[in-house]
Design a protein around this ligand. Structure first.
Ligand code: GLV
Ligand code: GLV
Length: 329
């Protein structure tokens, strides 16, 4: 067996650890109930060839320099904005992620948020638990219909596409914003590719599925929320920094939009206190991929990616195909 030493920054499903243990001499798992503190990461990464990390771990040059033996970084997430990929490439370190296996789970969470906000299920659950239900009310908890409405999908990649496809049965008009034409959506849903402004003005539900990049940082700010309908519901399950949270709070407070369902936050894990005080928000703690089935698949995929990269085989889910000086077998 190769004598690799790898660090796993958090407890993960056993199926992933089994793969790592079968291939590595030493698998060190940081067992904290919170993300690994940075200083701890600096000390544990020393002499490790492989890093299995989470989206909560900032893996920058400092971490890579502390991990002087590092050959591969496997992110337990599809988004990899937590990793300085350019710095890894420069150092010949392979970076991998977990696309595909979490696509449907993430799309389902977006639908769950959409329905929760539209039909006020979380708010009315709080009401029931407070023992305030005194009888059926003709005007109680009126929400919005979902069927027959216009759905705006911002970012029609894997997750955005799966999210849109799940609208089948709700008879919706689909608009999407992406740099690329999405033939699947156009063929199966008669979806229309539109400019962002058009999508914002015409959609009843707007769901965001873009990765966080320099281009998508604060894609949604004051002007974008102002363009939306006063009845619009905004859903974000992508990355918090895609949204200017202060602008979102202002839009929600002034009723310039009707509600928001969020799984991600600008200063995660901090949630803007004003979002918490509002009744027209549903706030999840970044659980897009959090199903038993999906997390198991992610653990297997991320561990297999790490082993492939350490074995000098090109991992299927490589983010930087040509790290400096690396030659795959
Ligand atoms: C979750 O947010 C992920 O990127 O997998
Ligand atoms: C991420 O998996 C995406 O392409 O939507």
């Amino acid at each position: 067996m190769p004598n690799w030493d790898v660090l796993v920054t958090r407890k993960i499903p056993e199926e992933g650890l089994e793969i790592l243990r079968a291939h590595c001499l030493h698998v060190e798992v940081y067992n904290g109930s919170r993300p690994i503190p940075r200083q701890k990461l600096f000390s544990l990464i020393k002499a490790k060839e492989g890093l299995f990390c989470c989206l909560t771990d900032i893996v920058d040059e400092k971490v890579m320099d502390a991990g002087h033996a590092l050959k591969a970084i496997s992110n337990y997430a599809v988004g990899y904005d937590n990793i300085d990929v350019a710095a890894a490439t420069k150092r010949g370190i392979v970076v991998t992620n977990t696309p595909g296996v979490l696509t449907d789970a993430a799309a389902e969470l977006a639908w769950s948020l959409l329905f929760s906000v539209a039909r006020r299920t979380v708010e009315s659950d709080r009401f029931s638990r407070a023992e305030k239900f005194k009888g059926w009310d003709p005007l109680g908890f009126l929400g919005f219909d979902v069927h027959g409405k216009t759905l705006g999908v911002v970012g029609a990649g894997r997750i955005g596409t799966a999210f849109a496809l799940k609208s089948k049965g709700f008879d919706m008009k689909i608009l999407y914003y992406d740099s690329l034409k999405n033939q699947v959506l156009e063929d199966s849903l008669d979806a229309k590719k539109v400019k962002l402004n058009t999508l914002l003005k015409e959609s009843d539900f707007i769901s965001v599925h873009v990765p966080l990049t320099d281009k998508t940082y604060h894609l949604f700010s004051v002007e974008e929320f102002q363009m939306m309908k006063p009845t619009a519901i905004f859903i974000n399950t992508s990355r918090g920094q895609v949204v200017d949270e202060k602008a979102l709070v202002r839009a929600l407070k002034s009723n310039s939009i009707a509600g928001a369902g969020l799984d991600v936050y600008e200063k995660e894990p901090e949630i803007e206190p004003q979002l918490i005080r509002l009744n027209n928000t549903v706030l999840c703690p970044h659980i897009g991929s959090a199903t038993i089935e999906t997390r198991k698949k992610m653990a297997i995929m991320a561990s297999s990616n790490l082993i492939a990269a350490l074995s000098n085989k090109k991992p299927v889910n490589v983010v930087n195909p040509r790290p400096t000086g690396r030659k795959y077998r």
